[in-house]
Design a protein around this ligand. Sequence first.
Ligand SMILES: NC(=O)c1ccc[n+]([C@@H]2O[C@H](COP(=O)([O-])OP(=O)(O)OC[C@H]3O[C@@H](n4cnc5c(N)ncnc54)[C@H](O)[C@@H]3O)[C@@H](O)[C@H]2O)c1
Ligand SMILES: [Zn+2]
Ligand SMILES: [Zn+2]
Length: 372
Amino acid sequence: MSAHTVKGVVARGKGQPVELVTIHVPDPGPGEALVQVQACGVCHTDLHYREGGINDDFPFLLGHEAAGVVEAVGEGVTTVAPGDFVVLNWRAVCGNCRACDRGEPWYCFATHNATQKMTLEDGTELSPALGIGAFAEKTLVAAGQCTKVDPSARAAAVGLLGCGVMAGLGAAINTGAVTRGKSVAVIGCGGVGVAAVAGSALAGASPIIAVDIDPKKLEAAQRMGATHTIDSSQVDPVEEIKRICAEVYRGADGADVVVEAVGRPETWKQAFYARDLAGTVVLVGVPTPDMKVPDLPLIDVFGRGGSLKSSWYGDCLPSRDFPMLVDLYRQGRLDLDAFVSEEIGIGDVEAAFEKMHHASDGQSVLRSVVVL
Ligand SMILES: NC(=O)c1ccc[n+]([C@@H]2O[C@H](COP(=O)([O-])OP(=O)(O)OC[C@H]3O[C@@H](n4cnc5c(N)ncnc54)[C@H](O)[C@@H]3O)[C@@H](O)[C@H]2O)c1
Ligand SMILES: [Zn+2]
Ligand SMILES: [Zn+2]
């Protein structure tokens, strides 16, 4: 087996700063593809990995929101070929599990990753973040993790479909089934929440109410299609969402769909009470295992009807959703460039993590994107 020697961003231990080191990437075996990474966004989940919040399988090769060009494919691969421009995904569906069998592959629980391991120079096996590991000049993935899209698209922008932007857009459009004629509120307007706003705008929903405690994030949401904004550090967002919806639609008592993109009990509760009767709450923010929703009367769950859903990766099907969204981007209908706050080098990932921590006091970063 021959291997490629490239640079990659590795997290060696809990809370330790990431390091740019030399790694070995094997040639693709059966069902695998070797990808030259062109761009990879810095997602909150990479930071969760570094902090030991996902699991303890250190060392991690971070990065999972990427676009690049296929360099080589292994035996039996027919879906992509060398030279194809692809967005990497973490949902290469198996086609054999219960979810796939019943025609709902976006719920697949047996998704594919590469079988061979990328390693450090001393042979230590790396755990690629979300089975991708794309803060690296080259990465090895399962061929199904490569979704071919229009090669004229900007890698730094369309790579973001690989995680956060797809998660937010899909939370609104796929999970929440937002359409024309629906009212939407989005609580938490980071990269994911703003993508939910953009998805709702694409679907023709109105009003689209953006809620955050950071005025800069509300400005970003407005640029992406929010019709109203609420600074929930200043006013009660539940009352305000109800007031705005009643102004637009006769008899409305909240929004038809409320997307929670923070991942906290108090904001989920706001979402729960801000939705109209028989409305839908979509939880796309990721809570920590210790979080609970206190004092929620069961009669309110029953009495309000509707549905309480969660959304993993925006219930997306990459082969269906990525090419469509790239086309909408190229037509100027989905401004993916607006999510790229800055382009950075592969050695700047740690600095990008710092900006996430201090996002509210400095400039507002939706996404830092490593460009190779
Ligand atoms: N479900 C999935 O598949 C999926 C995928 C990617 C990310 N996520 C999750 O989505 C969430 C958001 O991710 P992100 O990248 O946008 O993060 P982010 O940190 O960029 O954004 C979070 C936003 O929430 C706002 N916020 C914080 N507390 C608030 C409060 N009390 N009320 C209102 N707004 C508040 C912050 O100001 C910020 O704008 C995270 O929990 C992340 O882990 C989920
Ligand atoms: Zn499956
Ligand atoms: Zn991510």
